[in-house]
Design a protein. Structure first.
Lengths: 237, 224
C-alpha cells in the first residue's frame, strides 16, 4: 500500500510540473462557468430543451470538471504507459501501479472539482451547496473512467483525445434539459449527475433514484478506470 | 500457452534464460486489409551465469520483440520461456517519465525492486559515479541529452544487481568514452556472475562476447 502511495505521489508531481496543466486546471472551470454557461443555454433552446440560466450555470461546473477529468484520465494512462509497464514488471506489480495512477487521477480530479465548485459558488451562489459538490464529484469520477477507458483502447494520442471529446460532446448536448428528451438523452453517462446538479442550483431536492443512479455510474466508472490502468501495466507473461 | 518455469527448480543448472520454439505474430490493419506478420517462427536462446551473449539481426527482424517477450511486456503465441533469478531490463527507447528527476527515477525503481534504503542509496551512488552522470541527479529527464537519458535507462536496469541483464541497443547515444566504459562494466558484471544478453543490429565488439545469436527469418542460429 505504501508503495502505491509513494509512486502515486511521484505521478502527481509529474502532472503538476507541467505549467500548462496547472494553468488549465484553473482556466477551464472559470471559462466553463463564466462563459460557456450562457452559450449552453442558447444551444439548449436551439435543440428544443428548456435549460434555464441558473441551471445552465450550475451544470457548466459539472461539465468543467468532466472535461478536465476526461483529459486527465486519458493522459494519465497514455503519456507514460511504457514506463508504467516497466515499473510494474520491475517488481512493483500492475495493481500497485494502477492504484498509484488512480490516486493521482483522483487527487487531480478533486482539485478540478474544487475549482469548478468554487467558481460556481462565486458566480451565482447555489441553493444546495453540499448537493452541488457531490454532483460535481460524480462528474469527475465518471469522466476519469471515460478518459482512462479511451486511453486503454486507443494508442494514438490524437485519436484518443478526439474520442474523449466526442463522448463529452454527445454527453453535453444530449443531456437533461438540453433536448426535448428521448434517444441519447436517456443513456448519457452523466444524466443522473446532471439532474442532481441542476436541482441543486435551483434549490430543489432530488429523488433517491437519481442519487443512487449517479453513485452507481460514478463508482462503476472508477472501477473501469482502475481496470484500464491495470490492463496497461499488467505483464503479458 | 505454456507457463514460465523457474530454471533453478527445473534444471539445477547455471542457465538463467532458456527460450525454446518461441513464436510471435502481429495482426495489423482492419478488414479487408488485415494481415498477419509472423515475426518469430521458433526462436531458441540460452544464457548461463557469467556469460555475455549477443543477439544480432537486421532492422525489424524481431530482436526487441524477443526481448519484450522475455520480460513479459509482450505475450507469445507458442514456445517456452524459462527464467532464473532477477531480471534487469534496459529497453531500446528509454522508458522513463519526462517530468521526474533522475533521483526520483532511482527512488521509484528501488521501491519496485524492493531494495532497502541503504542498498538503494549505495546502488544509486555507484551507478551515478560509474556512468558519470552524478551532476544530473536532480535534473528532470526532459532536460537531459539523449546519451544521459540512455545512461539513466541502463542504470535503472542495473541497480538491483540482477542475475540476468537484458540490454536492447544499450549504447545508442553514448559517446566513445562512455561506450568503452559500458563494455568494461559489462565484462566486470559477467565476471561477477551476471548473465548478459546484448541486442544490437550491429555488434562491433564481437571478441568480448561468449556467443552470438543471429535472428533471421524468425529463427535464431548461433553465429560462428
Amino acid at each position: 500500500m505504501s508503495g502505491a502511495v509513494e509512486v502515486g505521489g511521484a505521478f502527481l508531481r509529474e502532472q503538476l510540473r507541467s505549467p500548462l496543466n496547472v494553468a488549465l486546471l484553473f482556466a477551464i472551470p472559470v471559462f466553463f462557468v463564466l462563459i460557456f454557461a450562457g452559450v449552453l443555454g442558447e444551444f439548449a433552446a436551439a435543440l428544443g430543451g428548456d435549460l434555464a440560466e441558473q441551471a445552465a450555470t450550475s451544470i457548466s461546473a459539472g461539465w468543467a470538471a468532466a472535461f478536465l477529468c476526461g483529459a486527465l484520465g486519458f493522459f494519465q494512462l497514455h503519456s507514460s504507459r511504457e514506463a508504467d509497464r516497466r515499473l510494474a514488471g520491475a517488481g512493483l506489480g500492475a495493481w500497485r501501479v494502477a492504484g498509484a495512477r488512480m490516486g493521482s487521477a483522483l487527487a487531480l480530479g478533486a482539485v478540478a472539482s474544487l475549482i469548478a465548485y468554487l467558481t460556481l459558488l462565486l458566480r451565482s451562489g447555489i441553493e444546495h451547496p453540499p448537493h452541488a459538490a457531490v454532483a460535481i464529484l460524480f462528474f469527475t469520477a465518471i469522466y476519469i473512467g471515460i478518459g482512462a477507458l479511451c486511453g486503454a483502447l486507443v494508442r494514438g494520442s490524437l485519436e484518443g483525445s478526439l474520442l474523449v471529446v466526442l463522448v463529452f460532446s454527445l454527453d453535453v448536448f444530449s443531456g437533461p434539459a438540453m433536448t426535448s428528451g428521448g434517444g441519447l438523452a436517456d443513456v448519457t453517462p452523466t444524466r443522473d449527475a446532471a439532474n442532481l446538479l441542476i436541482a441543486a442550483g435551483s434549490g430543489k431536492g432530488s429523488p433517491a433514484g437519481e442519487w443512487f443512479g449517479a453513485a452507481a455510474v460514478g463508482v462503476g466508472a472508477l472501477v473501469v478506470a482502475l481496470l484500464a490502468f491495470w490492463t496497461v501495466a499488467r505483464s503479458r507473461r | 500457452m505454456p507457463k514460465r518455469t523457474d530454471l533453478a527448480a527445473a534444471t539445477g543448472t547455471d542457465v538463467v534464460l532458456r527460450m525454446k520454439g518461441v513464436r510471435k505474430s502481429f495482426r495489423r490493419g482492419l478488414p479487408p486489409r488485415r494481415r498477419e506478420i509472423r515475426v518469430l517462427k521458433g526462436a531458441d536462446l540460452e544464457i548461463r551465469r557469467a556469460e555475455l551473449v549477443g543477439l544480432v539481426g537486421e532492422n525489424g527482424s524481431g530482436k526487441s520483440t524477443l526481448m519484450q517477450i522475455v520480460v513479459g511486456m509482450l505475450s507469445r503465441d507458442a514456445g517456452e520461456v524459462s527464467l532464473r533469478g532477477r531480471i534487469g531490463y534496459c529497453p531500446q527507447t528509454p522508458m522513463v517519465w519526462e517530468k521526474l528527476t533522475v533521483a526520483e527515477h532511482f527512488a521509484l525503481f528501488a521501491r519496485a525492486y524492493g531494495l532497502e534504503p541503504t542498498d538503494a542509496r549505495q546502488a544509486e551512488g555507484t551507478l551515478l559515479d560509474e556512468l558519470q552522470f552524478e551532476r544530473y541527479r536532480d535534473v528532470r529527464v526532459e532536460e537531459l541529452s539523449g546519451g544521459t537519458r540512455q545512461k539513466l535507462n541502463l542504470a535503472l536496469a542495473l541497480m538491483h544487481r540482477p542475475d540476468l541483464l537484458l540490454l536492447d541497443e544499450p549504447y545508442a547515444g553514448f559517446d566513445w568514452e562512455t561506450y568503452m566504459r559500458f563494455w568494461e562494466m559489462s565484462e566486470r558484471l559477467r565476471l561477477e556472475g551476471m548473465g548478459i544478453l546484448i541486442v544490437s543490429h550491429l555488434l562491433a565488439e564481437r571478441e568480448r562476447l561468449d556467443r552470438i545469436y543471429n535472428l533471421f527469418d524468425g529463427r535464431t542460429e548461433v553465429k560462428e
